[in-house]
Design a protein. Structure first.
Length: 140
């Protein structure tokens, strides 16, 4: 398997208000030590939508890189528990994002794990900066 076939992502979404200006941060790492940093402003959203959009960005990035597996780390209890099937997704505003993420995740060897916020600071900083500055960037 190539180094790009196995990816790890750290994801976070941030909303400054409920809803408010929102951003996402994604750190994508491959087995060879390559890193991609993504920060995007996603308009006016609530925090749970931002968390799902961050996961969606990681899934799309992995698929565009032809990855075979993706392990995602997130500090969002809601997203991790819904994606793992522990919680049902009953929110009308999250349902379509949840469904798309599940569909994409099924095309990979996929795992998602919850990590404490203090272990996700880089993705959090990217998300907060994108929300605050209303800007996008990718640093490969």
């Amino acid at each position: 398997m190539s180094d790009i076939a196995q990816l790890v992502a750290y994801v976070d979404g941030s909303s400054h208000g409920s809803p408010g200006p929102a951003g996402i941060g994604v750190i994508m790492e491959d087995a060879a030590g390559g890193r991609t940093r993504i920060a995007k402003w996603i308009g006016w959203q609530d925090n749970n939508v931002a968390e799902y959009v961050a996961l969606l960005e990681a899934l799309q990035c992995a698929l565009s890189r032809k990855a075979q597996s993706l392990c995602v780390y997130s500090d969002s209890d809601v997203v991790v528990r819904q994606m793992s099937g522990e919680y049902a997704c009953r929110s009308p505003r999250l349902y379509s994002l949840h469904w798309i993420c599940l569909k994409l995740a099924r095309t990979l060897q996929f795992a998602i794990r919850r990590i404490p916020r203090e272990h996700n600071t880089e993705a959090n900083d990217l998300a907060n900066n994108a929300a605050r500055l209303c800007q996008n960037f990718t640093d490969i």
